[in-house]
Design a protein around this ligand. Sequence first.
Ligand SMILES: Nc1ncnc2c1ncn2[C@@H]1O[C@H](COP(=O)(O)OP(=O)(O)OP(=O)(O)O)[C@@H](O)[C@H]1O
Ligand SMILES: CC(=O)N[C@H]1[C@@H]2OC[C@@H](O2)[C@@H](O)[C@@H]1O[C@H](C)C(=O)O
Length: 379
Amino acid sequence: MYAVGIMSGTSMDGIDTVLVDIHGYGKETKLKVIGYHEYPMPIDMKAKIMKACDEKDSHVDEICSLNFELGYLFVEAVKVLLHKYHILSKDIDFIATHGQTIYHIPFQKGQLLPSTLQIGEPAVLAYELNTTVISNFRVMDMAAGGQGAPLVPYSEFILYSEEHKNIALQNIGGIGNVTLLVGQDLDQVQAFDTGPGNMMINEACRLLYHLEYDDCGHISAKGTVINALLDELMHHSYMKKQPPKSTGREDFGEKYVHYLVDKYKKEKPQDIITTLTYFTAKSIAYHYQTYILPYYPLHKVIVGGGGSHNQTLLHMLQKELYDIPVYTQDDIGYSSDAKEAIAFVIMGNETLHHHFSNVKSATGASDYVILGNITLPPR
Ligand SMILES: Nc1ncnc2c1ncn2[C@@H]1O[C@H](COP(=O)(O)OP(=O)(O)OP(=O)(O)O)[C@@H](O)[C@H]1O
Ligand SMILES: CC(=O)N[C@H]1[C@@H]2OC[C@@H](O2)[C@@H](O)[C@@H]1O[C@H](C)C(=O)O
């Protein structure tokens, strides 16, 4: 079966699309990646999404339209992928799309119920490409009392779990999140967000260097850590929360970085980037040391997501973790960039087989539930 996965993450720098050949389901899943393409996020679209995500600036009419605009953009992204790998849309059995997260409330906040909103209209994809689309994966987990995130642990369990090995899969996207696989026991999988991934580094690069990110960690390699800033960051309230837990732009986004950059404006810009990079590595290590290592020895750490291209960040993480080997997904033959898009194909495939794909211990849901809405082809 040919399937396409689409992931548009919190960094909003591109739409990850992946083409796979998939058979079976559950532990019997056989998956071969045929191709990957990152469709760059148009700058005006990124600005619209950022505005839609902002509690003060967003407008319902704009969100309504953006849902369709993103649907058309996802269609474009899929067409480019299919063209690149010489596949016709009629040969695609299904598309699994995460959508763009506009807002995520993992826990009740005053009057606000735990809820989540991903947009990028699946009907537009289904109509334009005449195929089945599975979307809106997070809501069923939330209906079952979960936080609706993280969802990737299920696919990581399917793809990476090994008998008698404890493996940490660390994703460094906008946010950092870890999945701990304990042997091959699904009930024991743990997953939570470790804090910022590239989000703070990116925002500071934008403010201080007019760059979208610190390419390969070149800027952070040159600076030194500002101890006062590091100390302030390590006291962020997120660090003390017990997992399972999740975070987002609300905690580590623009507002917070603007505040910090302003507060430490007398410091060298490169030192601010170095400190934010070090904090990103240290917050990951801190979470392992506090919430994992006292209970489970770790045999290896596998880093994925765009942050695995940041060499300074990787070196800092390896240093903080002493003798636990840190690999990247690419080191072990998988693509770091395609990982989340692949995860949604695996979940979409489970949905079509009427099989659950949440991990209760990761999201806090009370049941294993079938995720996603199925939009059938219109013709
Ligand atoms: N060559 C590179 N050097 C340094 N950092 C990089 C490089 N390439 C990508 N990145 C970082 O990775 C980020 C994108 O990561 P990724 O695509 O995993 O995030 P995302 O999917 O948007 O986020 P999330 O997983 O939180 O939803 C970029 O914004 C950038 O910070
Ligand atoms: C609500 C939302 O979009 N959460 C994302 C985000 O990006 C990383 C982290 O925060 C993770 O919790 C999640 O995505 C991945 C794909 C997940 O659910 O596993």
